[in-house]
Design a protein around this ligand. Structure first.
Ligand code: GLC
Length: 486
């Protein structure tokens, strides 16, 4: 039997405490699967001002937490709680974290470097020595750097290995050179590591890539795509230099949260064997959104940031004729570029019975939209993993996706002769390819028996965290081995 590991997970977000993106769901779910597999896990996130101590039963650790940074020592506080058997630590430092949002502030470099150091010092304070530190995205990417420099001779961390998970290479934590002073680390010799856009800028994510014992992204396809310039976004040379340490591990979804058979948030739960509830969910959704209640008009949904990266521009360019001819109803939830908000409001005014738009992100509404829709559109230009498509399939909602990253790895293209596939997949990020995929989907939709089988194949798909946790434990062991041999 292999030994159980002490795993410290460091991230900026975790559901249910704070969520701005898919990262939070990963941090909410992966630790549970690791604990179930017998490992000893601590998660550490900042204590943002809105995280309510009473609601989540946070207790204050009695001793102040000294955080040494750049020859100064500041004092933070540490809150602790337990959630589903997971111990979560919260770094409390109101000057940095008692704000309205998670990031996008001028001092983000200082805030998150401080957070990282505090995360490490928490281990010392609580005398809990991690075997591996699992760092997520740029927010935590300075840690692998310190383990190799500042903390290399620190006996407490002498054996700690690091795994860096990249959730989206589009966010690299790019700052000016002062970030090196704050972190107390020297500049690297070669420009490519430091500079992704302007001269004299430092990408914290690049530092993580350079120093981490092992690196991974959130799907196998994305792990190979980022070795090329388009998806590599300036860091591809560095990723290529370390490609022997780069892996792709597909995220899971939480089957207890996304379960059409026992979902208290939807109008009527349903299963593969009895889909009557899904029709009720569709009618309830149409009523709620104020579009026409029609069982046989397909409801096509978009739950996404409304940006070009997610391919929303492609949808915008092709959707109007479908609405004009009353062939589909379009349901959009999300926020993003202003011009898409305006366009959606125009479309809604022009086709009130066929368009619904919610400029928000509301988790309960996600459940109702997914359960009540026939298709979910995800024409992303880049999609490291994506969870919408997996959730959709579990609810018998057919994904229409571009073959990229995690979308390519989770959805298989419908193929009539062999009665195969779980969705509609297209290759090029063009209006033509998207229109064609929607047309193909509408043809099959009209054939009730075929559509039903397509839905059922999706509902049978299994994207659990258990599978991902096994892969992660393998990467932790690889990181520990790499650390030992270095
Ligand atoms: C990022 C990616 C998304 C992925 C999520 C969780 O938000 O854009 O594709 O599913 O992280 O890893």
């Amino acid at each position: 039997m292999q030994s159980s590991l002490r795993i410290l997970i460091v991230a900026a977000e975790m559901t249910p405490f704070v969520k701005t993106g898919g990262l939070a769901d990963v941090i909410g779910a992966l630790p549970r699967a690791l604990v179930d597999a017998g490992h000893d896990v601590r998660v550490v996130i900042p204590r943002y001002g809105w995280i309510d101590c009473q609601q989540f039963d946070l207790t204050l650790h009695p001793t102040l937490l000294p955080v040494p940074l750049n020859e100064r020592v500041e004092h933070a506080q540490l809150f602790l709680t337990r959630l589903h058997n997971i111990t979560v630590w919260f770094v409390d430092y109101p000057a940095f974290f008692d704000r309205d949002g998670v990031s996008m502030y001028d001092d983000d470099d200082h805030r998150f470097i401080f957070f990282c150091r505090a995360a490490l010092e928490s281990c010392r304070q609580l005398d809990w020595q991690p075997d591996v530190i699992h760092c997520h995205d740029w927010h935590a990417a300075i840690i692998p750097n310190w383990l190799r420099t500042t903390l290399a001779d620190d006996p407490f961390f002498a054996h700690a290995a690091s795994l860096l998970t990249i959730h989206n290479l589009a966010f690299q934590g790019v700052f000016g050179h002062r970030v090196l002073e704050i972190a107390g680390v020297p500049a690297l010799d070669f420009a490519v590591t430091e500079s992704t856009d302007a001269r004299n800028s430092v990408a914290l994510l690049g530092r993580g890539i350079y120093y981490a014992d092992i690196i991974n992204t959130v799907s196998p396809s994305y792990a190979s795509e980022i070795l090329e310039p388009t998806a590599g976004a300036g860091l591809d040379p560095q990723l290529r230099a370390r490609h022997d340490r780069l892996y792709g591990v597909l995220n899971g979804i939480d089957g207890t949260v996304y379960n059409s058979a026992a979902d208290a948030m939807i109008a009527s739960p349903y299963t593969m064997d009895d889909l009557a509830g899904k029709a009720l969910c569709k009618a309830a959704l149409q009523r709620e959104l104020g579009v026409g209640v029609h069982a046989d008009v397909p409801v096509i949904s978009v739950i996404s940031r409304l940006t070009n990266l997610k391919g929303y521009d492609l949808i915008d360019e092709i959707i109007e004729p479908f609405l004009q001819q009353q062939r589909v109803q379009l349901v959009v939830m999300g926020t993003g570029q202003q011009r898409f908000h305006l366009r959606l409001n125009e479309l809604r005014a022009r086709y009130p019975h066929h368009v619904a738009f919610r400029l928000t992100f509301d988790e309960a509404l996600v459940h109702r939209i997914v359960a009540g829709s026939d298709m979910l559109l995800m024409p992303s230009r880049v999609e490291p993993c994506g969870t919408g498509q997996m959730i959709a399939m579990r609810y018998g909602t057919v994904p229409v996706v571009r073959a990229t990253g995690g979308l390519r790895d989770t959805v298989t293209n419908y193929h009539a002769p062999s009665n195969y596939g779980t969705g509609f997949v297209f290759a090029e990020a063009t209006t033509h390819a998207l229109r064609d995929a929607i047309e193909r989907a509408l043809v099959v939709y009209a054939d009730h028996a075929q559509w039903r089988m397509l839905m059922m194949r999706g509902m049978m798909s299994d994207f659990t965290w258990q599978v991902a946790a096994v892969r992660y434990v393998d990467l932790y062991r690889r990181a520990i081995a790499a650390r030992k041999s270095s």
